[in-house]
Design a protein around this ligand. Structure first.
Ligand code: ADP
Length: 367
């Protein structure tokens, strides 16, 4: 039988595992100015620890990571709590939101040359490899700590792309136009999506490299390698253990790491024809995400029940659990320091503010 415990009934451990906090954690990260952005152009100043001012408005988040923040800092803010939540049995997601060129890809995956398959790690290494490095360490620790329970872990990963409202398997790109299914036992899943077992950071790095090289990118005038697609890396972590009476129990948690398509309004990219059509569809997933966030924020604030149209886009259907449902969610909102990006930055911060109002209902999945 499925035993579900409400997260707020669980004891707090270091303020992370079993935490009663079901709010969405929102982090804003400002990238450093690039070489061709004049120094004098930098517009954004952190007003205090967790606040930012722009266009006369001050926004406060869980954390504001300025241009000096490192990949290791972001891991401490978002990655380490995610791993602890996963070990405790919660589903956990991180979404990177922001306009093209603001640092989403850098934050979530890191530059591809920082994905090293040997033991040495790079300062540039992104959030995902850091999460798995920590996860495998923690799994070993848990196994040693609970040796009497014969704790067994199994991790299975998949990697997909949503482009033009079509799902492609990034681990087997011949598999395109995959369909989302839902059943009462497994919940929402993608039919025929490749799942690979992983036991080490090296296994994960291989999958990441393979998947990232299969991503689709389209060139627009705002950025040569503009990402017009959403990429979702998922890992299902199952742990089995034996209790004193010899019965075994199964705990399942799911990690989603999501690099969203650029949030910029289409008119600023100068795209036309085919690209504009793509953008229309991309905006459907992204604008649905925005819509849901508005509805969920309202539901959290007023307590009124409303129909939530998860199925109106692939992204929101697939990730519905992360949006107001059974998962802990962190949102990294990436912004550019440049004057020319001011209005996009403002709209990213407004999105981030609304996301902050959502409450999820995370529970431990145990049978
Ligand atoms: P996005 O995914 O939002 O389109 P990218 O992650 O590709 O943006 O970042 C755009 C450029 O800025 C890339 O060349 C990336 O390496 C660089 N960059 C982004 N964030 C940082 C950062 N925090 N430190 C150094 N370089 C960064």
């Amino acid at each position: 039988s499925l035993k579900r415990k409400l997260s707020n009934e669980l004891p707090q451990e270091n303020g992370v595992a079993g935490s009663s906090d079901t709010g969405v954690k929102v982090i804003v990260r400002m990238r450093p100015p690039s070489k061709n952005e004049e120094e004098g152009e930098v517009i954004l100043q952190k007003t205090s620890g967790d606040s930012l001012s722009i266009l006369g408005q001050t926004f406060t988040f869980d954390s504001v990571a300025d241009a000096a923040s490192t990949q290791a800092d972001i891991f401490q803010l978002v990655g380490a709590p995610l791993v602890e939540n996963c070990i405790a049995g919660f589903n956990s997601s991180v979404f990177a939101y922001g306009q093209t060129g603001s640092g989403k890809t850098y934050t979530i995956w890191g530059p591809s040359n920082a994905l090293l398959e040997d033991e040495s790690s790079s300062d540039q290494q992104g959030l995902t490899p850091r999460v798995f490095e920590r996860l495998f360490l923690r799994i070993t620790e848990e196994q040693n700590k609970h040796a009497d329970k014969q704790l067994m872990y199994q991790c299975r990963c998949s990697f997909l792309e949503i482009y033009n409202e079509q799902i492609t398997d990034l681990l087997d790109p011949a598999q395109r136009n995959l369909q989302i299914r839902e059943d009462t036992k497994t919940g929402v899943y993608v039919e025929n999506l490749t799942e690979e077992s992983v036991c080490s950071l090296k296994d994960v790095t291989k999958l990441l490299k393979k998947g990232l090289s299969n991503r689709r990118t389209g060139a627009t005038s705002i950025n040569m390698e503009s990402s017009r697609s959403h990429s979702v890396f998922t890992c299902v972590v199952e742990s089995r253990c034996k209790s004193k009476d010899g019965l075994s129990s199964l705990k399942t948690s799911r990690i989603n790491l999501v690099d969203l398509a650029g949030s910029e309004r289409q008119k600023s990219t100068g795209a036309a024809g085919e690209r504009l059509k793509e953008a229309g569809n991309i905006n459907r997933s992204l604008s649905q995400l925005g819509n849901l966030i508005n509805i969920l924020a309202e539901v959290s604030q007023t307590g009124k029940q409303r129909h939530i149209p998860y199925r109106d886009s692939k992204l929101t259907f697939l990730l519905q659990e992360s949006l107001g449902g059974n998962a802990k969610l962190a949102m990294v909102c990436a912004i550019s320091p440049s004057e020319s990006c001011k209005s996009e930055t403002f709209s990213t911060l407004r999105f981030a503010k609304r996301a902050k109002a959502i409450k999820n209902k995370a529970v431990v999945n145990e049978q």
